[in-house]
Design a protein around this ligand. Structure first.
Ligand code: F6P
Length: 533
């Protein structure tokens, strides 16, 4: 099969195609006050115009602006940037579990974005989110077959929640809306919407890797999941490799037929497949970093370091991030470069996540123990080599911490993109930039060629990369940083959003009738009862 094209490039060339326009639809609620939308979902102020298209974003996490809002991850930060430009509707989970969730979305209006969210019952949370999404899809897509937990009930819960979310989204939709579904939580959502008769353009973007078919085929209901992608008009991945892996999975499972490079026909419906590397809001981050010197936490941290160099790592506490290997590499670096003892500090900022998933609980204990052992064996009375912090740090302070670091250590074992790598680069001082050490298994490695690329499983090589980075001459640091910064300026989050949406705007939705009637039969998935998981 031919290589999957990088649709980003293709779309960049298509300068004439305008981004989708959008409208603000629901303006009944004010910030901080939520309101339930009626089953029809129509507000008196909604104005429908066939010449305009509203953007509807669907994602599991929705950062509704309120106290104690849902946790922001790379996905929400990227989408916030994207939606701010065009406005639109953002639909998904509220982040809350309640005893009897309503099937009507709570709506909050903030600026040009309308947030519409549903709560989950404890059972739905356990089966859909903590279960199938994070104990089957997540580990498999991150190549961790050793951590997979397959439960029939969780699989059913995943499809049940997708069906319920589609039903609750339905009354909020209008015929001209362009729907953009995000991430592994909602793979079957488009099939559910098609089943309800929706013919809108629907795109899907996967924020995590898609593995080769030998790994992906460990997914329970593998065929049905793949088939479900056929309800989308455009399916996007971070890298051409992910997109290629995905199309090969379709071919190997005889799902539809390949009709060209990056194009597949499933149930008579054409699906385009391509790579759209997500970016950051580069200029905003550059400004935040430049202003961060005044930040209190940044100033205190600087003072606490004295004249030691700083190595920084920032990751959700997840086994895909390679934290164990990273601490080992740092320890190996200190042992093999004794002249750096007491001259360098490694700060690892790692907010806990998914702590109710057993695989995460185990790993959290192990990493904490390892950080403790490392400090115990390497540290001095006046030097703590590893500062391991399970806290979230705000964006402004992070920008400042990146800027004062000599090294950004970003060494996931597998990662869809990794926006920390991009933020670290954007935060640097142009005349004295730090060095990015980046795993070759992060999607960002495809773009950030000025980083020192490492194999995170190779402890000695990573230790060597740290030594090399700390000794790197200014001229080389500048050269590397310049080339990465040029990429970040071109491939910003705005560009990502525009390229995806203009590609989605250019696909035709022919064949949807066929798809809607053939999948799934009788409104039931074949595995929901009695089929092997
Ligand atoms: O793409 C990965 C992702 O789903 C993003 O939303 C975010 O980076 C992270 O995982 C958040 O995970 P969770 O929503 O499970 O806390």
């Amino acid at each position: 099969m031919a290589d999957i094209p990088d649709i980003t490039r293709e779309a960049q060339d298509r300068a004439a195609s305008p981004p989708l326009e959008s409208r603000v639809e629901v303006s009944e609620s004010t910030l901080g006050k939520t309101k339930r939308l009626s089953r029809t979902g129509r507000s008196r102020k909604q104005v429908s115009s066939s010449s305009q298209r509203r953007l509807v974003v669907v994602s599991n996490r929705v950062p509704v602006p309120k106290d104690g809002a849902s946790k922001a991850g790379g996905l929400t930060v990227a989408l916030e940037g994207a939606l701010k430009q065009s406005g639109g509707l953002w639909f998904g989970w509220s982040g809350d579990t309640v005893e009897s969730p309503s099937d009507q979305a709570k709506v909050v209006q903030a600026g040009n974005i309308t947030f519409a969210v549903l709560d989950l019952s404890q059972r739905d949370y356990d089966e859909y989110y903590a279960g199938f999404a994070n104990r089957a899809l997540w580990p498999i897509c991150h190549y961790r077959l050793d951590l997979v937990q397959i439960e029939r009930q969780e699989l059913d819960g995943y499809f049940r929640v997708n069906r319920a979310f589609a039903a609750s989204l339905a009354p909020l939709l209008q015929p001209e809306d362009v729907i953009w579904v995000h991430d592994y939580h909602f793979i079957p959502l488009a099939a559910e919407l098609r089943r309800l008769g929706f013919k809108n353009r629907i795109g899907f973007f996967l924020h995590i890797p898609w593995p080769p078919s030998d790994v992906a085929s460990a997914l329970p209901a593998y065929q049905q999941l793949l088939q479900g992608f056929g309800a989308y008009d455009l399916v996007g991945f971070h890298t051409p490799q992910d997109a290629e892996n995905f199309q090969r999975c379709l071919v190997r499972e005889n799902i539809g037929s390949s009709i060209g490079t990056g194009e597949h026909e499933i149930d008579g419906h054409k699906v385009r497949i391509g790579a759209f590397p997500v970016g950051i809001d580069t200029e905003t981050f550059v400004r935040a970093a430049a202003n961060a010197e005044r930040n209190a936490l940044v100033r205190r941290t600087k003072a606490s370091l004295g004249d030691r160099d700083l190595i920084i790592g920032v990751d959700r506490l997840d086994y895909s991030k390679g934290l164990k290997q990273r601490i080992e590499a740092f320890s190996c670096f200190i042992k093999s470069n004794p002249d750096f003892r007491n001259r360098v500090t490694y700060i690892q900022i790692t907010p806990k996540s998914r702590s109710d998933v057993p695989e995460y609980q185990r790993m959290q204990r192990e990493i904490a123990e390892q950080a403790g052992w490392t400090n115990g064996s390497l540290g001095e009375v006046d030097w703590t080599p590893v500062r391991y912090v399970n806290r979230t740090v705000g964006h402004a302070a992070l920008a400042g911490l990146y800027r004062m670091s000599q090294i950004g250590l970003v060494t996931p074992l597998r990662d869809g993109m990794n926006l920390v790598a991009k933020e670290f680069v954007a935060a640097q001082q142009p005349d004295d930039p730090g060095v990015l050490i980046l795993s070759r298994f992060a999607g960002a490695a495809h773009e950030l060629d000025g980083a020192i690329l490492v194999n995170p499983y190779d402890t000695e090589a990573c230790a060597g990369a740290i030594a090399r980075a700390l000794r790197m001459p200014l001229e080389e640091r500048r050269e590397r940083w310049d080339s990465m910064m040029a990429r970040l300026r071109t491939n910003s989050v705005e560009a990502w959003c525009q390229h995806f949406l203009s590609s989605l705007g250019n696909v035709s939705s022919e064949g949807l009738e066929a798809h809607a009637t053939t999948n799934p039969e009788n409104g039931r998935y074949p595995f929901s009862e009695g089929a092997p998981a």
